[in-house]
Design a protein around this ligand. Sequence first.
Ligand code: PGA
Length: 248
Amino acid sequence: MRKPFLAGNWKMNKLQSDVTGFFEQFVTQVESCKNCDVLLAAPYLSLKTALDCTANSDIWIASQNVHWEQSGAYTGEVSAAMLSDVGVKFAIIGHSERRQYFAETNETVNLRTKAALSAGLHPIVCVGETLEEREAEKTNDIVKTQLLSALEGVDALDGLTLAYEPVWAIGTGKTASPEQAQQVHSMIRSTLVERFSKDQASHVRLLYGGSAKPENIKELLGQEDIDGGLVGGASLDAASFAKMVQMS
Ligand code: PGA
């Protein structure tokens, strides 16, 4: 059995006082929810505050990216060693907004994934098609290519989480139907069976992302291969994200 996993992604939102305010509410609201793993991905500048606020809880904190070099002349970048050093345990990698606005490619997603793994940081690797690609019936090809490229040279799925995020469903209010999402999740799991092993593929958690909210999380999680959610908008509000955790 795969334990449900809800990961909030704050993107470029929240000032320090918002972060402390969020956790003051959220930590108590999810304290008793032991059936679901919970994570919040905060902007780099808020990581330390988020870690301090969650120190006595089971909530994990993630970064929203990670560079592939350990250190050096890479202005504006943050390495896996730096993240681990402050206590961060997870990193989102390859989010579609990174691919779309910041020239992230399958190759750089792969470099970041390998760097995170070798530094002991758990990657949450994102894949997903655009609306144009879906309409051209290229969803499976695109997602499979993104997945296999991201995992090139990776020996095992231990410590990894994958997120399927159809780009057309992110921040648009349009959710993939549970059946549409399940179809892609099942394809991802079969690809992982072929690439790794049945055992490894059956243990890895596959999150769905794209307008996940309290109103649809139960139905999404009811699908066989959907093990959790990567939640943007609905994770900004403590009550709404806590509700999702309580329902999972
Ligand atoms: P959304 O974002 O829930 O606001 O659609 C999801 C994501 O980008 O991770």
